[in-house]
Design a protein around this ligand. Structure first.
Ligand code: ASP
Length: 343
């Protein structure tokens, strides 16, 4: 079998990786994508062909939103057959959200979509951008018998490839900015690029790509803390148009057993508004019923987010609300791992 040269599409959305210092204000701002390629002549040495697509107006990822997620999904959809893999350059601040969202939006994905970015701009002497970009392209180019090795949305940063919907940004200044505390790394880059094949997502090979674009962002994220105000919680849970809530509880999914609080949750669930129980801990899983303080949540009908990240929980909620799933199936589907986002 003759080996084909992989064709990679590099999608530039913005972020530090393509930023320069404004000489007047000293603030970092996005610059022209063309300059990114000029600054990394090494890209020409890779064993793949690279084409590029850039957002007209590259953004700091703090400005990301579901409309941009749809734009990225559409670029991948339009170019899906023409390319063997996709690398998305994105600011690190909200990369885990975008990459999680894309994992749900791209059903039956059978090619690599690798998100990456950097902590220092590409032009900085000590930049981490070059390694992140070059290795991401190499990972997206990995093939076995002319078929992609990675068939899911990944996030590559500082020598590690993670399943994207398992990641969280954990550090604002270390090069190792991301962690995947509940799922092993998919690959590690050292002297060799070591792929941990047993952990890779295996999509249904007989189905073609389906792109889901109906995301419902009328949801809330509520993080509990001791002393949280009844008035404020009531006003959040009774917000008009609220479609779902991700509730960050303590430890293995525990919360206060005060009556007003449990009544509020019960009323919300009875109104048909799903509440997802996720833990505030960075690692570990919700296990409703393990303690008395979570047993009640189980009886009220809260949905267990198990070991999902908050980022993925929010994106999964937006995605499933957009799919108009019937109320009696919603809990079962939410509690099912759809893209390897929960154990
Ligand atoms: N503020 C930047 C962004 O997320 C930070 C980065 O790129 O790492 O767009």
């Amino acid at each position: 079998m003759t080996k084909t040269i992989p064709n990679i599409l590099l999608i530039y959305t913005g972020g530090t990786i393509g930023m320069i210092k404004d000489p007047e204000t000293g603030a970092l701002r996005a610059f022209d994508f063309e300059n990114l390629l000029v600054r990394i002549p090494e890209l020409k040495l890779l064993e793949c062909t690279i084409e590029t697509y850039s957002f007209k107006q590259p953004i700091d990822s703090s400005n990301m939103n579901p409309d941009y997620w749809i734009q990225i999904a559409e670029v991948i959809e339009t170019n899906y057959d023409a390319f063997d893999g996709f690398v998305v350059l994105h600011g690190s601040d909200t990369m885990s959200y975008t990459a999680s969202a894309l994992s749900f939006m791209l059903e039956h994905l059978a090619k690599p979509v690798i998100f990456t970015g950097s902590q220092l701009p590409i032009g900085d002497l000590r930049t981490d951008a070059k390694e992140n970009l070059i290795t991401s392209i190499q990972i997206a180019s990995l093939q076995y018998y002319n078929k992609p090795v990675i068939k899911e949305v990944g996030l590559y940063f500082e020598y590690k490839l993670y399943r994207a919907n398992r990641t969280t940004k954990i550090n604002a200044e270390h090069f190792e900015a991301f962690a995947s505390l509940n799922y092993p790394d998919l690959a590690e880059s050292g002297v060799h690029l070591k792929v941990n094949s047993e952990y890779l997502f295996k999509p249904n090979a007989r189905k073609g790509l389906v792109v889901h674009k109906a995301l419902d962002s009328n949801i809330a994220l509520v993080k509990l803390f001791p002393g949280i105000s009844k008035n404020i919680l009531e006003s959040i849970f009774n917000t008009e148009g609220l479609k779902g809530v991700v509730l960050e509880t303590y430890g293995a999914g525990n919360c206060s057993t005060e009556e007003w609080f449990l009544e509020l949750l019960k009323d919300t669930v009875n109104k048909g508004i799903p509440i997802i129980n996720v833990t505030q801990c960075s690692g570990g899983s919700v296990l409703m019923g393990q303690y008395e303080t979570s047993e009640k949540l189980k009886r009220i009908g809260l949905i267990s987010g198990k070991d999902i990240t908050t980022e993925a929980a929010l994106c999964k909620l937006m995605y499933l609300l957009g799919e108009n799933i019937s109320a009696n199936l919603f809990k079962t589907i939410y509690e099912t791992a759809l893209r390897g986002e929960m154990s």
